[in-house]
Structure formats: structure tokens, C-alpha cells
Design a protein around this ligand. Structure first.
Ligand SMILES: [Zn+2]
Length: 348
């Protein structure tokens, strides 16, 4: 009986094989034909166009200003030229060209997420942009040391924010006590805090070396001289906390989000992410971790996120991986998310 069963099974399997083989062959033929067709579309129509498009793309990595001219053609770095196979994408997505990024690029840009869970490797593209805060800062605030480094885009918007704050009657005693930090500096900070307050406290308030936002040049810690303490965002200082998103900053660590950020509340730590991202984060009561997750709902080949600030409309999409479609012209920024891909922000 067992043998008969086996024979029956064997026959069934044979029958199945006989029945399905032609279908499988047909499917393979169809797939092969489609692949050939797509390939030839790209090669015939758009390879020249794709190459021209690549030359027009500005390599900004999100480090430079969103409102500077991005299509001036001043860049055209060899590293960003579109490889031939991207001609296919060019044909499928009119008006876009594909920019091939690197793993290092994923750590560069205005919206990078840096934390103990998403460490930072100090990419040269960002490190080389650092400037001395004292050389660029306005007179509306002070700096506690002369050699604090920061990214130009951060200090520019910090100036705007604190100039407006002082102009509307705010205090003039705000001091920047921390900007960019090296790996070694952060390690020393963590070790000293752990020695003084215990390891648990250090873990709650001080990021590990490589996991601090201060490595990026997009974060500042504020202090108020009058209080002789870290900025608390209360009383007249509340204006800064309430308005920071209008200047592209977010209050990065709040009590409410500690379970997600894994860092205790810091009323003094502001992070530049740029407009409109700061607005969207505040509107939705996100922390940066939640926002990076949220943007995954807006992939390039799906519905894009649109947001308007004043007269300016923005379009935002997320791209997983290193092949990033970007507009052939116009103003846009590309930022790594330091997780798995890139965020493209277009000024419409
Ligand atoms: Zn800080």
C-alpha cells in the first residue's frame, strides 16, 4: 500500500512536471523578452541625455544651503556621474536622473540621524566643511570658547534665530557652550560623567563617542549666562524653544520622547534639520527617529510628501539604497538618513 501511495505520488509529481514545464518555459521567455525590451529602451533613447543630466547635478550632500542655486553645474564631480545602466531609470522617470551615492554619503546631510543606535563615522565631506563659530556668529549671543567648530549652515540659521529673538526683546546672554565635537572629546565627556555621576547617568545624558549629534556640526548646546546654567527654555527664553522650527531647528531630546531617543530631556540641545523638515517634525510631534521612519512612507516611486511654508512649496521623498533619483534641474538637497537611504527635498 505504501508502495502504491508512493507510485501515486510519483505519478502526480510527474504529471505536475509535465503540466507545468511548458508554462515555466513560457514565463521565462516572457521575462527575458521584457528585460531585453526595457534594456533597449534605455540604451536607445536616453544614454546621452542621462550623461548630460548627471553633469548638471550639484553635489551638495545637504551640507550647503537649501536655497542656494543647485543647478549651476559647478559641480560635475566624476564620482557622481550616472552609470550607463541608469539610463533605464532615466527613461522610466522623465525629469529625473540617478545619482549614485556611497555608504559614506549616507552619513552626510541635513537630516542625518545620529545616535547610539546609529553611529557616525565622521565623513570627510562633512568634516571638511566645519568652520569656527566665532568667525561667523552674530552679536546676539556669545560663545564660551574661541575654537568651537560648527557647520556654516547651522551658524547661519542660529544667527537668524537669535538675532530675531533679541530684536523682539529677548535676552542677550545666550551662550553657545557646545557645537561640533570630535570622537575623543565625546569619549572624555562620557568617561568624566560616568566617573562623577555613575555609568547609568552617563548613558542617559551623554551619548557614546560616535553616537553624539554634536559630531555632525548640526547641533548646539545653549547656556544662559544670567542663570549661570544650561538654557531651560522658560520665561523669556521660551521664545527660542517655541520658534526654533521656523529657523530649521528642533528641540532634539524631550522627556516625552526619551523612550525612543534613549537620551534624557535636554532643553538646551538644538539640532538643525532645515525647513520644512523642522516644521513637519513639530506639526506631527515627532522626534527625529520617528520622522526618519515616517519618511519611509514616501518612497520615490510612491506618493511624495508635500509641505508648504509661507509661499514655498516643498516635495520630499525617500530612497532606500545608494541609487538616488534626483531632479535634472531646480533646487533640491539630498541628505543621507544614516540608517538605510536618502531623503530628497525639492523646492517647487
Ligand atoms: Zn547637546
Amino acid at each position: 500500500m505504501g508502495t502504491r501511495e508512493q507510485r501515486r505520488h510519483g505519478r502526480r509529481r510527474q504529471r505536475r512536471r509535465r503540466n507545468y514545464t511548458p508554462l515555466l518555459v513560457l514565463m521565462l521567455v516572457v521575462i527575458a523578452a521584457c528585460a531585453l525590451l526595457l534594456n533597449s529602451c534605455g540604451k536607445d533613447d536616453d544614454s546621452a541625455q542621462a550623461d548630460a543630466g548627471a553633469g548638471d547635478v550639484t553635489e551638495n550632500g545637504g551640507v550647503t544651503e537649501p536655497d542656494v542655486d543647485k543647478d549651476s553645474g559647478e559641480d560635475a564631480e566624476n564620482g557622481s556621474s550616472t552609470p550607463p545602466e541608469d539610463a533605464d531609470n532615466q527613461a522610466l522617470w522623465p525629469g529625473y536622473t540617478v545619482k549614485t551615492m556611497t555608504e559614506e554619503d549616507m552619513q552626510v546631510g541635513l537630516q542625518i540621524l545620529v545616535s547610539n543606535q546609529h553611529m557616525y563615522d565622521f565623513p570627510e565631506a562633512a568634516e571638511s566643511q566645519l568652520v569656527k563659530l566665532v568667525d561667523y556668529k552674530s552679536n546676539s549671543y556669545s560663545s564660551n570658547v574661541n575654537d568651537t567648530l560648527i557647520l556654516p549652515v547651522t551658524v547661519e540659521h542660529l544667527n537668524e534665530m537669535l538675532d530675531d529673538y533679541v530684536a523682539q526683546g529677548g535676552a542677550t546672554d545666550i551662550m553657545v557652550v557646545s557645537g561640533y565635537r570630535t570622537y575623543d572629546f565625546q569619549q572624555g565627556l562620557f568617561d568624566r560623567n560616568a566617573a562623577k555621576n555613575g555609568l547609568e547617568n552617563a548613558k542617559r545624558y551623554v551619548a557614546q563617542a560616535g553616537g553624539s549629534e554634536h559630531h555632525t556640526g548640526y547641533a548646539v548646546d545653549l547656556y544662559s549666562n544670567n542663570n549661570g546654567d544650561y538654557f531651560e527654555g522658560v520665561g523669556e527664553y521660551k521664545w527660542v524653544t517655541d520658534h526654533c522650527h521656523e529657523y530649521g531647528f528642533i528641540l532634539r531630546y524631550t522627556e516625552e520622547k526619551e523612550p525612543i531617543t534613549m537620551i534624557g530631556p535636554e532643553s538646551w540641545h538644538f539640532r538643525y534639520v532645515s525647513v520644512p523638515h523642522s516644521y513637519i517634525i513639530v506639526d506631527n510631534d515627532f522626534c527625529l527617529e520617528e520622522y526618519i521612519d515616517y519618511l519611509c512612507q514616501f518612497p520615490f516611486d510612491g506618493e511624495h510628501l508635500t509641505y508648504t511654508v509661507g509661499d514655498q512649496e516643498y516635495e520630499i521623498y525617500y530612497v532606500e539604497g545608494l541609487e538616488v533619483p534626483v531632479p535634472e534641474s531646480g533646487n533640491y538637497t539630498v541628505s543621507g538618513n544614516n540608517v538605510d537611504g536618502f531623503i530628497v527635498t525639492i523646492e517647487k
